[in-house]
Unconditional design. Sequence first.
Length: 123
Amino acid sequence: MRIGTLVLLAPALAAMGIAASANAQDAQYAHAAIAAGNLPAAERALERDARAGSREPQVLLNLAAVYAMTERSDTARALYTRVLAGEDASLLMPSDQVASAHDVARRGLRMLDRSSAVQLTSR
């Protein structure tokens, strides 16, 4: 069931959780790595930024999406909550639409909640 859950989650998380800003090259690199399925490379780049003290919502949201896609929902949840605790920002999404960082974080939390419910009902 683990694989099925990832297959269901990955497209949704990729659509809503991967954000980039025009001046965040590492976040854009991470987005490209996530889109290519190279989650370890994306995680390394994003964790490097986070360890360096980045509070950029796109870094935290992308890292949360990677954690969610690699079954670390508690860590993803903590990052989504951290984004909600900070100042809201406008993000350029892969679809070229602008989204609120807080809206993306709330959607990420809802996806995690749905994933948890699916896992509980499948047991």
